[in-house]
Design a protein around this ligand. Structure first.
Ligand code: MLT
Length: 216
């Protein structure tokens, strides 16, 4: 995999949707990152619900697993191909930078909203390229990898939406992730719902409240 030679190339790597929003109402950009088997349209309705007026940037994962789109390769469920994850994280970070230029979003705050595999690459962005995100909402997220040294996440707000009955992400994994993020200085909210891996309306409403309290 070679590095994109220009911002235009970085932008064109990902099929994506961009919704400009209304700058008079919100200065946020929500980066929507779908779960395995989803696409760039999956989480679109969440954008205006979570943050009315926010711009929305929603890429489609470039890896196919038996036809299901993902953001990086895995060797088994919850076992990640860390080399591929590193490369795909850089690629996504470059895409975000290019989109900020192309869509004139330089003065906006970017908050990732990821579900499952999308939450895991958003977590990897926080660890590897923290400068591209101002905050993150991570639904049903795992520790993406363990970095050699903690990244600078001082004061960065991170919301972890975990399900007590999640058969894929165990409660201890959510707690481990919250502890790691806090150790790196992030301001972490770990929210528990009674759900499994799927999201409920309560999950989304709680994340909306959290976002409202932190970004305008
Ligand atoms: C992942 O691969 O990111 C996790 O296993 C979650 C999933 O996509 O099932």
């Amino acid at each position: 995999m070679t590095q994109p030679s220009s911002p235009k190339e970085a932008l064109s790597l990902f099929h994506h949707r961009f919704v400009p929003g209304d700058r008079a109402i919100s200065s946020l950009v929500l980066l929507l990152l779908h779960g395995t088997g989803g696409d760039e349209d999956d989480l679109l309705p969440l954008g205006p619900y979570l943050a009315p007026g926010a711009a929305v940037l929603s890429p489609r994962g470039r890896v196919l697993e038996h036809g299901a789109a993902r953001f990086f390769r895995r060797l088994a469920e919850g076992v990640f191909d860390e080399e591929d994850l590193a490369r795909r994280t850089e690629e996504l970070a470059d895409f975000i930078g290019a989109a900020r230029e192309e869509y004139r979003l330089r003065d906006r705050s970017v908050v990732a909203v990821g579900f499952s595999n999308g939450a895991n690459i958003a977590g990897s962005l926080l660890l590897r390229r923290p400068e591209v995100l101002d905050g993150a909402i991570l639904f049903r997220a795992m520790v993406p990898f363990v970095p050699d040294k903690p990244p600078p996440l001082e004061g960065k707000p991170v919301y972890l939406g975990a399900g007590r009955a999640d058969p894929i992400v165990h409660t201890t994994e959510s707690e481990r992730w919250a502890t790691m993020l806090r150790a790196a200085g992030a301001e972490v909210t770990l929210h528990w719902s009674e759900m499994g891996h799927a999201l409920s309306q309560e999950d989304i409403d709680a994340a909306r409240e959290w976002l409202r309290g932190r970004f305008r």
